[in-house]
Write a protein that binds this ligand. Sequence first.
Ligand code: CIR
Length: 252
Amino acid sequence: MATALLRSIPESFRDAITGERGRPPDVELARAQHARYRDHLEASGYAIEALAADEAHPDCVFVEDTVVIIGSVALITWPGAPSRRGEIEPVAAALADRFEIARAEAPATLDGGDVFTLGNRTWVGISQRTNPEGAQRVGEVASGQGLGVVPVPVTGVLHLKSAVSPVDEETVVVTPGTVDESLLTGLHLIYEDPGERHRFSALPLRTGRVMVTANAPRTADQLAAKGLEPIPIDVSEIQAADGGLTCISVLF
Ligand code: CIR
């Protein structure tokens, strides 16, 4: 059965890193939104495994950044934000019985929000959080799993997946001006609606449907026009802390 690994939201989430466009999130509303997200995953056939919140780590709900799963390997990251480095061990412990554990280690920095795999290629962002050594470590693991690797410099947003959101196995939504689109050759591109800039994110589900952020309806309409089935989910308080729909789960 497919699994969704989540992590609960601590009270300290109000002190999460908010980035340039963010604001302190409302913790109670964030928890309610997180519960609905979890319910949707459960209803879509995922077994939920939720790690306990860690008050010492305000950003711990963003579990995606702590691990990159590539084939049979769980590559435990070394997060680019020093305040987040204590988030990794409970995730490694939770996955150790199911995956071969690999590590990114200093001087490499790596956030899982910078990595996605579609078909036989893995794209890795070089960003505020992931440095070239981190991207190289992803490359080693991906090529060991028979995948090609495409490093992508990212500007103006936190992570590669803030700039490029996979919505199915061959289609991504791109925020214009954040990446060199020639590095996305072979993928179908949809552009984030200019009036919804930096709001769209997506989580493709095993059902074939795709969760999308509720505050980007015109971008979602473009997905529907291409035959995809978007499910709008309100994660305003996750977005307040610079997150989106992928970053609060690890699906495998
Ligand atoms: C951070 O700045 O690290 C968190 N406040 C947000 C992380 C979002 N992660 C993601 O999109 N993968």
